[in-house]
Design a protein around this ligand. Structure first.
Ligand SMILES: C[S@@+](CC[C@H](N)C(=O)[O-])C[C@H]1O[C@@H](n2cnc3c(N)ncnc32)[C@H](O)[C@@H]1O
Length: 305
């Protein structure tokens, strides 16, 4: 009886016919049918009560669609309503307006992306972050044994530990190691171990590491070339080294501001030191440049034992 009563009104037949293919918001239904909000809402309420429609909220907007689980008599009622709506005088105009509203919906999304194309990579987008990209890229990694040398409190180590078999984070600052270890424990990362030590002679077994990472750490070493020789020793045959560091710069204040020993490195120096340490397949690229002065550039150097 409820369904029959719900279908005994031409406006409600129109609404059902409009929802045949697409979910629509109350505003969109208003615009298509040229009816006031309270009238539309009353009709929608009755149809929903009869089990013919389903609604969902998205922020302040309500969307309606035909009952997706409709079967048996409910499905027959819906089909009857759609057939009946075609006999109404408003049907043609409703369909034209529906098409227009749906086209505008698509355009609205496209207008935004057309506007930001060309600078989208540098602009804010909700949910887009390098951290999220990092997690995505990590899924591609096989489960490796990793050494993060000059790890600090473990920003990168923690990320790697979510995928790696084991991560050994080495730092010569007692406070960094204590803080990093307690954070790893709090985050339940049992495969992340912090060790106090020098990256020029890391407390790591020879030939035990698949991947050694030095992120903004090598410019703190007294003798970077010697540090790379030590890394070569701890790697398994075929193991990889990855260095993220600053390209050579002349921002002298980095010594006092950041405790840096070296003002970045020339790509040719990194190349020579890696080869001298016995590494093969050396690849070096500038991967980032800061927009603010002094425009620090980040170099990524990788090589294989
Ligand atoms: C700029 S932070 C980089 C931290 C981390 N790798 C990152 O990218 O977030 C440099 C870290 O290297 C550590 N460090 C400096 N000299 C070191 C050395 N000779 N051996 C081991 N760690 C060192 C510092 O204590 C500091 O935590």
């Amino acid at each position: 009886m409820k369904s029959l009563r719900a279908l005994s009104d031409p406006t409600r037949l129109r609404i059902i016919a409009l929802l045949e293919r697409e979910e629509l918001s109350v505003n969109e239904l208003q615009e298509i049918t040229r009816m006031g909000q309270s009238r539309i809402s009353t009709h929608l309420g009755l149809l929903q009560e009869a089990g013919l429609l389903q609604s969902r909220r998205d922020g302040k907007r309500s969307f309606y669609k035909l009952q997706p689980d409709a079967d048996g008599i409910t499905l027959e009622f819906i089909q009857l309503a759609i057939r009946g709506a075609k006999e109404l005088a408003e049907h043609k105009a409703d369909q034209v307006n529906l098409k227009r509203i749906l086209a505008r919906r698509n355009e609205q999304a496209q207008v935004y992306f057309n506007q930001v194309a060309g600078r989208f990579d540098r602009s804010y987008g909700p949910g887009r972050s390098w951290q999220a990209f990092g997690h995505l890229l990590l899924r591609i990694l096989p489960p490796l044994v990793v050494a993060d040398l000059g790890s600090g409190e473990g920003l990168l180590s923690e990320l790697l530990a979510r995928r790696a078999k084991k991560v050994i984070a080495v730092d010569n600052s007692e406070k960094m190691v204590t803080f990093g270890a307690s954070k790893a424990k709090k985050n339940g990362l049992k495969n992340l171990e912090f060790r106090l030590g020098d990256l020029e002679n890391p407390p790591v077994e020879p030939h035990s590491i698949d991947l050694a990472v030095l992120s903004q750490a090598l410019h703190h070493a007294q003798e970077p070339a010697k540090a790379l020789q030590s890394v070569h020793k701890i790697l398994k045959p075929g193991g990889q080294i990855m260095i993220l560091d600053l390209a050579k710069h002349n921002f002298e204040r980095a010594h006092e501001l950041y405790g840096d020993r070296w003002l970045g490195f020339a790509e040719s120096d990194l190349h020579n030191w890696l080869e001298a340490a016995g590494f093969k397949k050396v690849e070096i690229n500038v991967v980032a440049r800061e927009e603010q002065p002094p425009h620090f550039e980040t170099v990524l150097a990788s090589a294989e034992k």
